[in-house]
Design a protein around this ligand. Structure first.
Ligand SMILES: *Cc1c(COP(=O)(O)O)cnc(C)c1O
Length: 393
């Protein structure tokens, strides 16, 4: 439980002080890393303090308190990856249960649903999340969970979280939001009626591309108990070193997100002026209002190129500052070709049905100087022009 004192503080302050430093006599300003796997107890069966680190660890606990504070939840659990956190949600379900999922979803989440969870009798339907009624129409007798991302990946569509919570409520359906792309600095799904927030903390929360980690945040005590049981019983919890890295990263989340979003907005504007660009995907582009109380559009920009497959591949290899790499959310800018990278595990026809064409490129815009980023892209467009004109000859 987050203590009441933290409830009154603002986001930027909570990001720095939300992770409570355990008082161990050293008066340390930052949270120590406690690698101990086990703890001395006072008598056989004593469970009043720490017992074993799979159950609880002081460094992980500090991170979990900070996560709960930032998402305005009551309970948080840190996992060894975003997908380990997702698995702990799937294991709340039983054979025959049904989940409605937003169709434009992280490839690894879809792989877990289709190639792992389905083997245990869990059913999944995928719908376009831009219209909440699609979720309503997909409800079946055993539907137990709505699972969404917003903005979605990689097309950055927005889903109306409050509308979904409204639809789910009378059916006792849980609403889970993967808040990896927006982060709690930009949008807090629990405040809008969602039941579960998931993070791949490997992305913006960690923020420096130096850790793999995941998290779940909830408000309801019973739901929290069930998730805590899964964390302990299945064992996907986060280690103390990784917990410390995420905790440190989160302290600068507000500063980083402001810069990510400012740079991304400039790049989206620039891309709209380039003749070789077909469509630019960016939340709030052309003055569209942001839903969900979103305060910023975030740091991701996607766009399609008017070019053949090989030329598109030349383009993503031509940047210098934008590193050709999977993942997102670090201080460094990354460029990704979903069709051959993050979404390659999705069959081509399914991918194209969902708008993930061979010409689609996704940028994770970092916090470098905007002029250097724009120059880097301009250079890559020069390369693309040459590549396209040579294939035409
Ligand atoms: C990366 C990612 C995940 C998976 O997280 P890992 O930490 O890589 O296991 C889940 N959802 C989204 C939106 C992601 O970007």
């Amino acid at each position: 439980m987050v203590n009441n004192k933290s409830k009154n503080k603002r986001f930027e302050t909570l990001a720095i002080h939300g992770g409570v430093v355990p008082e161990d006599g050293t008066h340390s300003v930052t949270t120590p890393i406690y690698p101990s796997s086990t703890y001395r107890v006072a008598y056989p069966g004593d469970e009043s303090g720490y017992v074993y680190s799979r159950w609880s660890n002081p460094t992980r606990l500090a991170l979990e308190k900070a996560l709960a504070a930032l998402e305005n939840g009551n309970y948080a659990y840190a996992f060894s990856s975003g997908l380990a956190a997702l698995d702990a949600i799937i294991k709340l379900l039983k054979p025959g249960d049904h989940v409605v999922v937003v169709d434009d979803i992280y490839g690894g989440s879809m792989r877990q649903f289709e190639q792992s969870a389905r083997n245990f009798g869990i059913e999944f339907s995928y719908v376009d999340g831009r219209n909440p009624d699609n979720f309503k129409n997909a409800i079946q007798e055993h539907t137990k969970l709505f699972w969404i991302e917003t903005p979605t990946n990689p097309l950055l569509h927005l889903v109306d979280i409050a509308a979904l919570a409204h639809i789910a409520e009378p059916h006792d359906i849980l609403v889970g939001v993967d808040n990896t792309f927006a982060t709690p600095f930009i949008q807090r799904p629990l405040e809008l009626g969602a039941d579960i927030v998931l993070h791949s903390a490997s992305k913006y929360l960690g923020g420096h591309c130096d850790v793999i980690a995941g998290a779940l945040v909830v408000r309801d005590e019973q739901l929290a108990e069930r998730i805590r049981f899964n964390q302990y019983a299945i064992g996907g919890m986060l280690g103390p070193f990784e917990s410390w890295l995420v905790l440190r990263g989160m302290k600068t989340l507000s500063l980083r997100m402001e810069r990510h979003a400012a740079n991304a907005a400039r790049i989206a504007e620039y891309l709209k002026t380039v003749d070789m660009v077909e469509t630019v995907y960016f939340p709030g582009i052309d003055g569209k209002p942001l839903p969900n109380g979103m305060t910023l559009p975030g740091g991701m920009v996607s766009f399609t190129l008017k070019a053949d497959f090989e030329s598109v591949r030349q383009f993503v290899m031509a940047t210098d500052i934008f590193i050709l790499a999977e993942s997102l959310g670090g201080v460094e800018s990354l460029i990704n070709h979903p069709a051959s990278m993050t979404h390659a595990s999705i069959p081509k026809d399914v991918r194209e049905q969902h708008g993930i064409s061979d010409g689609l490129i996704r940028l994770s815009v970092g916090i470098e100087h905007i002029d250097d980023l724009l120059a880097d892209l301009a250079f890559a467009f020069q390369t693309l022009r040459k590549a396209v004109s040579s294939t035409k000859q």
